[in-house]
Design a protein around this ligand. Structure first.
Ligand code: PMP
Length: 427
């Protein structure tokens, strides 16, 4: 029995399902999870000392690779100054200014501790600002686990087959309307019926929780136009896409200006950090200057701010994003070639440093329905072959993959060689 297997057995005695976040349990692929002991650059090392080329990157934050020296150093120095004060600090101001510079639609920003907190509060703020109750989300988009947003959600909710969680009263979820991603007509229809009651549209501008599905041309433009027409707030949930699909996030990549933006993952450099920000007049509706309440004992935590600022500072490197995109192209094109050569029905998506693989006969995947119709048996077999060969992919067919600055051409070549073996085994 491997050390990971032993640990998983032990973990299940004391932690529900043995994990502190559901998708980690490998429910989506079967088998038991690897327990990671340390990580460096593009690699993670498990409890048995085995090395993996990592394309999960802690589910997105590790755009610079694991254990980046600048982040490590800044974090160590912050630890030496004290872990938490519960007062304002200078670094919070620097952080806010840095975020505004990178994401110009953000005129004011508030730091929180997770993506879930960011989206939950953005929704509350949009409701308080508009005086309306209803929100519109898209099937398969995941915005964290706040009650109102855990309706037809993606990620673990999709992997585990519990898109509507028990424990959420009907009354809490009834104001959440759900329509089809990449289908403007479904949005128009709902707005025609109840548009004057809709506080906000919340959307992943590149969907990354039903595998990776970029917006079709016109989709995000259409959402902006509908929100303008009905006086609703457009919220881009850029927890995953922020600083990832472009330095300025999806709003830079697709040139659409949302009213509010939620951020997470990359913004903390690996520490628990989230943020929401946007138009001044909406943000000024939040406490202490506005009536909408929000707070956090550890929000803007000095150690987390130090790590996050160090990470965001590294993003100024002009070479970073072109290099990331080129590596994604090499990986994704290489996978497609090898799948084609093996005669395995397969297609891919990519957006900046995010990508997705689909075992499907469809020539392209643009909808939730297509993503869920993929061949899960092929995915599971492929997954375990790659894992065996030392390549760590997200353990679910409904998650995006992430490239980091630390991945080398040699790492990608090794990944493609492993994929060739994995595809051959599917024949
Ligand atoms: N929004 C999106 C788009 C996400 O991908 C996630 C997490 N995967 C969240 C919100 C929730 O963030 P957290 O897990 O930090 O609460």
């Amino acid at each position: 029995m491997s050390r990971s297997d032993e640990l998983f057995k032990q973990a299940q005695q004391s932690i529900p399902g043995g994990v502190n976040s559901p998708v980690r349990a490998f429910n989506g692929v079967g088998g038991s999870p690897v327990f990671i002991e340390r990580a460096d650059g593009a690699y993670m090392y498990d409890a048995d000392g085995k090395r993996y080329i990592d394309y999960v990157g802690s589910w997105g934050p590790m755009i610079l690779g694991h254990n980046h020296p600048a982040i490590r150093e800044a974090t160590h120095q912050a630890v030496d100054r004290g872990l938490s004060f519960g007062t304002p600090t200078a670094n919070e101001v620097t952080m806010a200014e840095k975020i505004k510079a990178l994401v110009p639609s953000i005129e004011k920003v508030r730091m929180v501790n997770s993506g879930t907190e960011a989206t939950m509060t953005a929704i509350r703020l949009a409701r308080g600002f508009t005086g309306r109750d209803k929100i519109l989300k898209f099937e398969g988009c995941y915005h964290g686990h706040a009650d109102a947003l855990l309706v037809k959600a993606g990620s673990g909710a999709l992997t585990l087959g519990v898109p509507n969680s028990p424990g959420i009263p009907e009354d809490f979820a009834k104001h959440t309307l759900t329509v089809t991603y990449n289908d403007l007509a479904s949005v128009e229809q709902v707005f025609t019926e109840v548009g004057d009651q809709i506080a906000a549209i919340i959307v992943e501008p590149v969907a990354g929780n039903m595998n990776c599905i970029p917006p079709v041309p016109g989709f995000l433009e259409g959402l902006r136009e509908v929100c303008d027409r009905y006086g609703s707030v457009l919220i881009f949930d850029e927890v995953m896409t922020g600083f990832r699909v472009a330095r300025g996030g999806a709003q830079e990549r697709y040139q659409i200006t949302p009213d509010l933006t939620t951020l997470g993952k990359v913004i903390g450099g690996g520490m628990p950090v989230g943020a929401f920000g946007g138009k001044r007049e909406i943000m000024d509706f939040i406490a202490p200057i506005g009536p909408v309440y929000q707070a956090g004992t550890l929000s803007g935590n000095p150690v987390a701010m130090a790590a996050g600022l160090a990470a965001l500072t590294q993003l100024d490197d002009e070479q970073l994003y072109p290099a990331l995109y080129a590596k994604v192209d090499k990986l994704v094109d290489g996978m497609q070639q090898r799948a084609d050569a093996a005669g395995i029905p397969f297609t891919t998506n990519r957006a900046g440093s995010m990508f997705g693989f689909f075992f499907t006969t469809a020539s392209e995947v643009t909808t939730y329905a297509q993503a869920t119709q993929c061949n899960l048996e092929h995915f599971r077999k492929f997954y375990h072959s790659m894992l065996e060969q030392g390549v760590y992919l997200a353990p679910s067919a409904f998650e995006a993959g992430f490239m980091s600055a630390a991945h080398t051409d040699a790492d990608i070549d090794a990944t493609l060689a492993a994929a060739e073996v994995a595809f051959a085994a599917l024949k």
